[in-house]
Design a protein around this ligand. Structure first.
Ligand SMILES: [Zn+2]
Length: 162
């Protein structure tokens, strides 16, 4: 005897959001992640560690000197941990002594900057140009010829080694 189908047809309306890890194909979805800053927060919560969610979606900051990429020297490209968007080349990385991975330039068009006046400071907040996730801040006191210092949380990055 076959079980009767009583699951009903209560389909959620609105944009399709994959419900399981198996449905998640970052490579295939990368192009469609543009504008996902408007995706339901559950979309991100399911795909991030609690620390990534706190930093990337709630604009938090990881503790200084704790990030896995702080002293990373490997060649490659640092991509957005949320959507895979390439953000920084490893040869732009330098040791700023601040406790966070620092870069003197972002890849062209990779990030967006916004004025951030929280905590009584005048800072420029950096978000991923594709998915809108918070990454860190950029300052105008960089030691190299670009004059920029992108101060980025390790948890927001995923190094794709060459
Ligand atoms: Zn992203």
């Amino acid at each position: 005897m076959l079980p009767s189908d009583e699951r009903g047809s209560t389909k959620a309306s609105g944009p399709h959001v994959p419900e399981t890890e198996e449905d998640w194909h970052p490579e295939a979805e990368q192009s469609s992640l543009r504008g996902r800053e408007n995706a339901p927060e559950e979309f991100w919560k399911e795909r991030m560690t609690s620390e990534q969610y706190r930093v990337m979606r709630e604009k938090g900051t990881e503790m200084a000197f704790t990030g896995e990429y702080l002293h990373e020297k490997a060649d490659g490209t640092y991509a957005c941990a949320a959507c895979g968007n390439p953000l920084f080349a490893s040869d732009a990385k330098f040791d700023s002594g601040t406790g966070w991975p620092s870069f003197d330039a972002a890849l062209p068009g990779a990030v967006e900057t916004h004025a951030d006046t929280t905590h009584g400071m005048q800072r420029m907040d950096i978000t991923c140009g594709r998915c809108g996730s918070h990454l860190g801040h950029v300052f105008d006191d960089g030691p190299t010829k670009t004059g920029k210092r992108y101060c980025i949380n390790s948890v927001c990055l995923n190094l794709e080694e060459k």
